[in-house]
Design a protein around this ligand. Structure first.
Ligand SMILES: Cc1cc2nc3c(=O)[nH]c(=O)nc-3n(C[C@H](O)[C@H](O)[C@H](O)COP(=O)(O)OP(=O)(O)OC[C@H]3O[C@@H](n4cnc5c(N)ncnc54)[C@H](O)[C@@H]3O)c2cc1C
Length: 487
C-alpha cells in the first residue's frame, strides 16, 4: 500500500502553508515560533523549493541556486532562524567579469565598484557617488515608471561598458531587463553593494536540514509529498485546503506556490472580483533557466583566483534580450571549492547557469530534447575551456537541466526561476483584501525573490497572518512532528 504522508496531520490548524520554498519555510517558522498551530505542506519529497541540491554517485552534491546573495541574509537568518544558520553565511571574494569590453575581478561592493568606475572606466567620482546614493535611496513607494535604461542613461549616457558592469550580474541572476522598473534594480543592486556577495557554508542541504530542525522545535507539522489540490473558500473567507483527497481546516492559508497557479487553479477565478482576476491574468511569469553541473576529478583542485562567480560573455555588447536565447554563448559560472563543504572529500564543482525561455524547450521531441541538452553541455564545456584548460579531460561528471526540469520539480508554470515579474507583487499583496485569510509569500519580482527576498517576504506575510490570528481565538503550542521522512 502506498505510504500515507498525511497520516499524522490534524484535521485543523491556525495556518496551512503550501510550499516549502524559503518564503514558505520562513513564514511557517515565524508563525510556529509565535505559538500558532502551523502545517507546512510540500509536494516534493524534499523541503527547500528552488533552494535545493541533488546527489550523484561518488559523494557528489550539486547546489541549484546557491550562487550568491547579499549580506542581509545574515541578519534575516539570525532574527528569523538561528545563530548557527546566520554564522554560516560567508563572503565570496572573487567576482569575475570576462567579456569583450573588460576583464576584471572585484569584491562586488560599493567601495570596490567606486574604485573601478573611477580609475578604470574614467567616471567622475561625484557621478558615481550620486548614482549609488540614488540606487540606495529607492524604495517601494517611489515612482515606478523610471526604467533601468532611463536610470543608466541619466548617469552614464552612451556608456555601454558601464551599464554592462552594473547590470549584467543582475540580469544574469534573474532575467531582469533594461525595460524593468529601475526600483527593482536599485534595491537589489544596493543590497549587494552594501558588503558584497555571500554564500552558505556547508551547502544548501545543510541549510535546509538546519531549517527543518528549527521548524520542528517551533512546533510546525511538516508533510512532504503532499500536493495541495485546492484552497477552500466560503463567503470570501478561507476555510482550509484539500490535499491528498483530505480536507484540512485552517483560519489562514499562505501559498508559497507560484502566484498565478494559486489564483487560477488552487483558488479559482470565481472567488475573486472580476477586475482582480484580470489584474492577476496580466501578471507575467519570470524567465526560466538552464544549468550545466560539472565535477572535476577528485583532488584536481582549481586555484581560487579562477573566481567564485564568473560572468563570462563573448557578445560584443550587452543586450538583455539576447541573454534568453537558446543559442546564447554567455554563461555565469559558479565555482565551488572544497571549502563549500569542508566535511566532504576535496573536489571542485562548477555550475554554469543561463536564463532561458520555457517555450524554446517545451515543444521539443524526445530526440530533439536530448540533442539540445547535449549541445548545451558541449557549448558550456567550450566556454569553460578558457578558464579551466583541458576541461573535457578534467571533468569527471556532467549533467544538464532545462526549463522543463525546473517546471517539473517546482510546479512553477514555465519553470519560472524567479516567480513573476514585479506586477505580481500588487496581486500577491491584494489577496487578503479579496479573500479573508488568504495570503501569498513567494517570488514576485526581483525584490521579493532570491534567497534573501523570499525569506524577507515570508516574514512580512507571517506578520500579516499573525495580526489576523491574534484578533481571534488564542492558540496552543504543540510539539512539532515531521510527518514523513526525507527520502
Ligand atoms: C537556476 C537558479 C539559480 C538561482 N540562483 C540564485 C542565487 O544565486 N541567489 C539567490 O538569491 N537566488 C537564486 N535563485 C532564486 C531563488 O532560488 C528563489 O527565488 C527562491 O529560492 C524562491 O523561494 P520561494 O519561497 O519563492 O519558493 P520556491 O523555491 O519557488 O518554492 C515553492 C515551493 O512550493 C511548492 N509547491 C508548489 N505547488 C505546490 C502545491 N500545489 N502543493 C504543495 N507544494 C507546492 C514547490 O514544490 C516548491 O517547493 C535561483 C533560482 C534558479 C532557478
Amino acid at each position: 500500500m502506498p505510504k500515507d504522508f498525511l497520516q499524522h496531520v490534524k484535521p485543523e490548524y491556525d495556518v496551512v502553508v503550501i510550499g516549502s520554498g524559503l518564503a514558505g519555510l520562513t513564514a511557517a517558522n515565524v508563525l510556529g515560533r509565535a505559538g500558532h498551530r502551523v502545517l507546512l505542506l510540500e509536494q516534493h519529497y524534499k523541503l527547500g523549493g528552488l533552494a535545493t541540491w541533488f546527489r550523484r554517485p561518488g559523494g557528489l552534491i550539486f547546489d541549484i541556486s546557491l550562487h550568491g546573495f547579499p549580506v542581509g541574509m545574515r541578519k534575516s537568518c539570525r532574527r528569523y532562524w538561528t545563530r548557527e544558520i546566520a554564522d554560516s553565511v560567508v563572503q565570496l571574494k572573487h567576482i569575475r567579469f570576462d567579456n569583450p569590453m573588460f576583464s576584471l575581478t572585484t569584491e562586488f561592493h560599493r567601495q570596490d565598484f567606486t574604485r573601478l568606475l573611477v580609475t578604470r572606466f574614467g567616471i567622475d567620482p561625484r557621478t558615481v557617488e550620486s548614482f549609488f546614493d540614488t540606487a540606495r535611496g529607492m524604495n517601494f513607494y517611489d515612482d515606478q515608471s523610471l526604467s533601468n535604461r532611463e536610470l543608466f542613461e541619466r548617469f552614464f549616457p552612451g556608456r555601454g561598458d558601464v551599464v554592462r558592469l552594473l547590470m549584467e550580474p543582475i540580469t544574469y541572476a534573474n532575467g531582469s531587463t533594461l525595460e524593468d522598473p529601475a526600483i527593482t534594480y536599485g534595491i537589489v543592486f544596493s543590497n549587494f553593494m552594501s558588503q558584497g556577495v555571500f554564500t552558505f557554508q556547508g551547502g544548501t542541504d545543510r541549510l535546509i536540514a538546519l531549517m527543518r530542525d528549527e521548524l520542528l522545535r517551533n512546533g510546525v507539522d511538516i508533510a512532504i509529498r503532499s500536493d495541495v489540490e485546492a484552497i477552500r473558500v466560503a463567503q470570501r473567507t478561507v476555510t482550509g485546503v484539500r490535499v491528498g483527497g483530505r480536507e484540512i481546516q485552517a483560519r489562514a492559508v499562505i501559498s508559497n506556490a507560484n502566484l498565478c497557479d494559486t489564483v487560477q487553479r488552487m483558488v479559482g477565478a470565481r472567488h475573486f472580483d472580476r477586475d482582480f482576476v484580470e489584474q492577476a491574468a496580466a501578471v507575467r511569469l519570470n524567465c526560466s533557466s538552464t544549468q550545466v553541473y560539472m565535477a572535476l576529478q577528485p583532488d584536481d583542485l582549481l586555484d581560487e583566483s579562477t573566481g567564485d562567480l564568473l560572468f563570462s560573455s563573448v557578445a560584443p555588447a550587452f543586450q538583455t534580450d539576447l541573454l534568453l536565447s537558446r543559442h546564447i554563448t554567455s554563461r555565469t559560472f559558479s565555482f565551488y571549492y572544497p571549502r563549500t563543504r569542508p566535511q566532504a572529500r576535496p573536489q571542485c564543482l562548477i555550475v554554469s547557469s543561463t536564463n532561458a525561455r520555457h517555450a524554446d524547450w517545451a515543444t521539443l521531441s524526445a530526440e530533439e530534447y536530448a540533442a539540445s541538452k547535449q549541445n548545451l553541455i558541449e557549448t558550456t564545456l567550450d566556454a569553460l575551456e578558457k578558464y579551466v584548460p583541458d576541461c573535457r579531460r578534467r571533468v569527471a561528471y556532467v549533467e544538464a537541466a532545462t526549463p522543463r526540469t525546473f517546471a517539473r520539480y517546482t510546479r512553477h508554470p514555465g519553470g519560472a526561476s524567479f516567480g513573476t515579474k514585479f506586477e505580481g507583487l500588487a496581486v500577491s499583496r491584494g489577496l487578503p483584501e479579496q479573500i479573508r485569510g488568504l495570503y501569498h509569500a513567494g517570488s514576485v519580482g526581483i525584490i521579493m525573490s532570491g534567497w534573501l527576498g523570499a525569506i524577507n517576504y515570508g516574514v512580512i506575510v507571517a506578520n500579516d497572518v499573525d495580526a489576523l490570528l491574534t484578533h481571534t481565538a488564542s492558540t496552543s503550542h504543540p510539539a512539532g512532528s515531521i510527518l514523513a521522512p526525507e527520502s
